[in-house]
Design a protein around this ligand. Structure first.
Ligand code: DAH
Length: 340
């Protein structure tokens, strides 16, 4: 009788082990059957009532049933472990032969981009790119450019003076003087760079900003040459032909001096908020180089003349990308810079 019960029990248990859904279920089944208070333990208790010969026989059967069950449990455990490993391998699979993703590409600052475009354009027109120092002499920044120390034009450029009498250049125009002295006429040069003024910082003013100076000296240079080069420059930057006009403008180092405006690119001249309803955008000051400046650069104004211009690179970048706060360009915020 006990034998039949044992047989039934062990067959049922093996079937349950094989059907166990996961490791936890399996453990529960193991405890229920093989545990100290489990079903098989109850059977072995009942064996006490048997005759010794019968007890030995049933005892053997009991052990066989136990071993059979333990083997079934072990087999099932292995199957679970193999399935778990396979799942992990599937999840963590990768193709080691694929190329590595590489570093995230950076990009050039919008001002650098415009500067490089203009450099390309002017070098294609035979101009040399010069750079001058950011710490300048008073003479190069002012006197040589026809701005003596008592000249009111000095007040327009709030200057950072250094204790040794030098200064942080307030514009790129002193590179004109260096270029004339170093290279002599005929001369075609541009000079991009950083300039400094003691300004209160707000949405449209910075103490540090970028300009690009240009100068061409040759025989009989005229305003027509100036306009031609400026139109070429602006067409190159804005990728379309632009209409320009000259208004008189005063700068001690040019005579005559102009403010060059372009017809507003947003409204085409009808008037809009960008051009403050005027139809024109003030873009760059320029003029024919003053004879005193040529002389200070060691060039004979009776033999040579030329034009010069000063482009606000920072302002140009703001116009091209419609950036309404100058501080964004200086702040180093990657969320802003990644857009370019
Ligand atoms: N240096 C002037 C400034 O920063 C701009 C300028 C005006 C430059 C006229 C020029 C020029 O070369 O011809 O305000």
């Amino acid at each position: 009788m006990l034998e039949g019960k044992l047989e039934e029990l062990s067959q049922g248990a093996v079937a349950r082990v094989r059907a166990a859904a996961n490791a936890e279920d399996l453990e529960a089944i193991r405890v229920e059957i093989l545990g100290r208070k489990g079903t098989l333990a109850a059977v072995s208790k009942d064996m006490g009532k048997l005759a010794p010969a019968e007890r030995a026989r049933i005892g053997k059967l009991l052990n066989a049933a136990k071993q059979g069950l333990e083997a079934a449990i072990e087999e099932r455990k292995k199957a679970f472990a193999a399935a778990a490993l396979q799942k992990r391998l599937d999840r963590e699979w990768m193709d080691m032969t694929l190329p590595a993703p590489g570093p995230r590409p950076g990009s050039l600052h919008p001002i650098t981009q415009i500067q490089m475009e203009i450099e390309d354009l002017f070098t294609s027109l035979g101009f040399t790119v010069l750079s001058g120092p950011e710490v300048e002499t008073e003479f190069n920044n002012f006197d040589a450019l026809n701005i003596p120390s008592d000249h009111p034009a000095r007040d327009m450029q709030d200057t950072f003076w250094l204790e040794d009498g030098n200064l942080l250049r307030t514009h790129t125009s002193p590179v004109q003087v260096r270029g004339m002295k170093r290279l002599g006429p005929p001369l075609r040069m541009i000079a991009p760079g950083r300039v400094f003024r003691n300004e209160e910082v707000d949405a449209s003013h910075e103490h540090t900003f970028y300009q690009l100076e240009g100068m061409m000296i040759d025989r009989e240079v005229s305003i027509a040459h100036l306009v031609y080069y400026m139109k070429t420059l602006l067409g190159g930057i804005f990728h379309r032909s632009v209409t320009v006009r000259l208004r008189p403008g005063y700068f001690p180092f040019v005579e005559p001096g102009f403010e060059l405006d372009i017809k507003c690119l947003i409204c085409g001249g009808d008037g809009c908020p960008v051009c403050k309803q005027s139809g024109w955008l003030e873009l760059l000051p320029c003029g024919l180089v003053h004879p005193n400046v040529l002389r200070n650069g060691g060039i004979d104004p009776d033999q040579w003349n030329g034009f010069a211009f000063g482009l606000g690179l920072t302002r140009l970048a703001m116009m091209r990308y419609v950036i309404d706060d100058i501080r964004l360009l200086q702040g180093g915020d990657l969320r802003f810079l990644r857009q370019f």
